[in-house]
Design a protein around this ligand. Structure first.
Ligand SMILES: Cc1cc2nc3c(=O)[nH]c(=O)nc-3n(C[C@H](O)[C@H](O)[C@H](O)COP(=O)(O)OP(=O)(O)OC[C@H]3O[C@@H](n4cnc5c(N)ncnc54)[C@H](O)[C@@H]3O)c2cc1C
Length: 367
């Protein structure tokens, strides 16, 4: 049996481990963290991500969220759409889950298939390990990418900082999905089923700036926005703060010798399309399908992986970076035009442009 070492047990690394095991490989996963503790936030999974997960044998329910839309800080709707309309344009159901749940589902699927010893925690990889194939799924600051592509510029901060949290459902009931805007500030509300709500806040800030009490800082800047925003901030146990960074220049290839770059290691993008994790899962499935199809011909499978993944992920990353730049322009004249266009144009135009990446036909795996 050929053997693969996967570096990193994030969404991409675990998905790759499941897929490559299914493709007939002996899998080992090396993870730097001492234990699995996915961050306390949520993640949006578009139809392409759910389809890729299903092809890997991981099922997550998608419960529709009634309505969604864009609001102002006072709560006035600039655009509003029915969930069914979004699903129709996206080509299938979409959902949001806690990262802990997604990670748990991936780990369950993996441990059903491989011995627990196949995942080694507390192992930081700095050199390319010995194996027939190595998957570098070690995230945005990938040590293997830096080693294999030393000329590639490091990830850049794009001047936006974010906070994320999971709160109980507010007194007013399960909210719809919404994104509220005031200038370059943004607050997103995403229900996680009927019991909890994931939220994120974003605003321009110099990278590296932190605050003694991040929740108090968010409350100071978003606490007078429409309901249930103040309540969500107040009832969240842990508020996570992170500067947004991305890879402004992507590697010239996602393959170097017998190493494949996957997920954020290959194409870390701003989160504006909610597709970074989805792309990592797609990468994993595509790599596994290519290896299953080409048998022992690893170079042919890797060439196909690079050919199939680089154009799509570069397009999604480029679009996410453009959206991120647009959202960070705080000039009142620009945000006024953006808000007016959002109010006047048919919602389907906006939906079509954000949902178009979801129409991805997932390859299938043997068995
Ligand atoms: C604010 C925010 C919101 C987002 N929202 C969404 C969303 O709604 N939907 C979506 O699809 N995506 C979203 N994303 C993007 C998504 O989180 C990432 O694209 C995804 O987590 C990438 O997975 P990955 O496995 O490639 O990398 P990571 O999740 O970063 O995993 C890398 C793993 O490698 C390990 N590691 C690192 N270095 C080493 C080493 N040297 N040796 C061994 N192990 C190592 C790390 O500990 C980690 O476990 C968001 C991102 C951000 C920042």
């Amino acid at each position: 049996m050929p053997s693969v070492v996967i570096v990193g047990a994030g969404i991409g690394g675990l998905s790759a481990a499941i897929g490559l095991h299914r493709a007939g490989w002996r899998v080992r996963v090396l993870e730097r963290a001492e234990e699995f503790a996915p961050v306390g936030a949520g993640i949006t999974l578009w139809p392409n991500a759910l389809r890729a997960l299903r092809a890997l044998g991981v099922e997550l329910d998608a419960d529709g969220a009634g309505v969604g839309g864009v609001r102002t800080r006072s709560g006035r709707w600039l655009a509003r759409w029915r969930w069914s309309e979004l699903e129709r344009l996206a080509g299938g159901p979409l959902t949001a889950v806690s990262r802990a749940r997604l990670h748990g589902a991936l780990l369950d699927a993996l441990f059903d298939a491989v011995p627990a010893g196949a995942i080694r925690l507390g192992t930081t990889v700095t050199e390319v390990p010995e194996a027939d194939l190595v998957v570098a799924a070690d995230g945005i600051d990938s040590a293997l990418r830096a080693r294999l592509f030393p000329e590639l510029p490091a990830p850049v901060a794009n001047g936006t900082t974010t906070w994320r949290g999971i709160a109980p459902v507010p007194r007013s009931g399960v909210p719809g999905w919404s994104n509220s805007w005031a200038g370059a500030r943004e607050f997103g509300i995403v229900p996680l089923g009927r019991e909890r709500v994931y939220w994120f806040a974003a605003m321009p800030a110099p990278p590296g700036e932190t605050h003694d009490d991040e929740r108090a800082f968010v409350a100071e800047h978003f606490g007078d926005w429409h309901e249930p925003i103040p309540e969500l901030i107040a009832t969240t146990e842990t508020v996570l703060h992170l500067d947004i960074r991305h890879l402004a220049t992507l590697p010239a290839s996602y393959v170097a010798g017998r190493v494949a770059l996957l997920g954020d290691a290959a194409h870390a993008m701003p989160p504006n399309l909610g597709q970074g994790g989805g792309m990592a899962i797609e990468d994993a499935l595509t790599l596994a399908a290519a290896l299953a199809d080409t048998g022992d011909d690893v170079p042919a499978a890797l060439a196909r992986y690079d050919r199939e993944r680089r154009p799509r992920t570069a397009a999604v990353a480029g679009e996410a970076a453009r959206l991120s730049r647009l959202m960070s322009i705080g000039h009142p004249a620009v945000t006024a035009v953006r808000d007016t266009a959002t109010r006047l144009l048919p919602a389907s135009l906006m939906l079509r442009s954000i949902a178009r990446w979801s129409r991805w036909p997932a390859p299938s795996l043997p068995g």
